[in-house]
Write a protein that binds this ligand. Sequence first.
Ligand SMILES: Cc1cc2nc3c(=O)[nH]c(=O)nc-3n(C[C@H](O)[C@H](O)[C@H](O)COP(=O)(O)OP(=O)(O)OC[C@H]3O[C@@H](n4cnc5c(N)ncnc54)[C@H](O)[C@@H]3O)c2cc1C
Length: 338
Amino acid sequence: KVKHRISQSSSRAQSSLYCSVWFQSTLVVAEHNNEKLTPITLNAITAASKLGGEVSCLVAGTNCAKVAEQVSKIQGVKKVLVAQHDSYKGAMPEELTPLVLSTQKQFNFTHICAGASAFGKNLLPRVAAKLDVAPVSDIIEIKSPDTFVRTIYAGNALSTVKCNEPIKIFTVRGTSFEAAATEGGSGTLEDVASSSPIGTSEWLEQNLTKSDRPELTSAKVVVSGGRGLKSGDNFKLLYDLADKLNAAVGASRAAVDAGYVPNDMQVGQTGKIVAPVSHTLSVVELYIAVGISGAIQHLAGMKDSKTIVAINKDPEAPIFQVADYGLVADLFKVSIWD
Ligand SMILES: Cc1cc2nc3c(=O)[nH]c(=O)nc-3n(C[C@H](O)[C@H](O)[C@H](O)COP(=O)(O)OP(=O)(O)OC[C@H]3O[C@@H](n4cnc5c(N)ncnc54)[C@H](O)[C@@H]3O)c2cc1C
């Protein structure tokens, strides 16, 4: 009714702008471990704030009052919706989807988003399918409440997507939006009824890699190895160098596929995006690629690093086209490791 009245006003263009700002309301689904909020949620909150309307956060967990408290202090968050139930253990999408749907039914959000992490990628497509809308994944820019930018062709082209769905569902690339400030906000806390357990899957355990080195997706310096390393044992060269530089260690997919290192170290299109092609807040100051050819799928994850150093014995390797400093040499013979 209100929308109708406004659109009758003398300035149509202006009223449609007001409509688009006034009537947005976005739900950000928070990712956390019941103790701490996962940083990518802060980037998703910034993205949600850019839409112009009210931002609410859903914090669902087994015992997540502490996280809800943290979220209420984040700048830009108006309301924190809290749901606690044992079935939310492990944040399984089967159990969280009904909760997001019932919250959506209650509050009628125009947008629902989360970080484009394994959590968000797992949950939001399911929510979108249940709402019968097409989600927009891994956005890097918001042009207007219905128009988003995302990368295609392994980050080599940007696609601007206009979403005509009644509810816009999207995941947010963390490195493309600043983190929202964690202090200074005053969101209200509100309990929402937890959904009945679905029980189709059971959370058994989670084995997380423990490392004293910085996280790949937030490190300022990354040392990465490829198939040229020839074995997992030889990655020790990189670990020792990384420890001197306070760097994270990454790898190419070929190195992961060959079993040299675990999958969570993979950088690239189907791995982790540490400093992608464009439209990002580049976090990586220095990326050292050792024995990596520089396939576009690898570049998709690191090309926008401020300084790229490549060591490769093949002078024609494509990595040299993006490198600021290149060393054509056998990696086992160069004396940079000491
Ligand atoms: C859909 C799809 C998604 C993909 N996603 C990813 C992704 O996310 N990340 C990713 O990395 N790849 C990805 N790939 C794979 C990608 O195409 C390449 O195959 C991969 O990046 C190659 O890894 P590499 O450079 O380590 O191996 P190679 O291409 O085998 O290169 C090894 C390099 O090491 C050099 N070398 C060998 N020995 C030495 C030595 N002694 N000293 C110095 N240099 C040496 C060689 O000259 C060569 O350039 C994807 C592919 C597809 C199709």
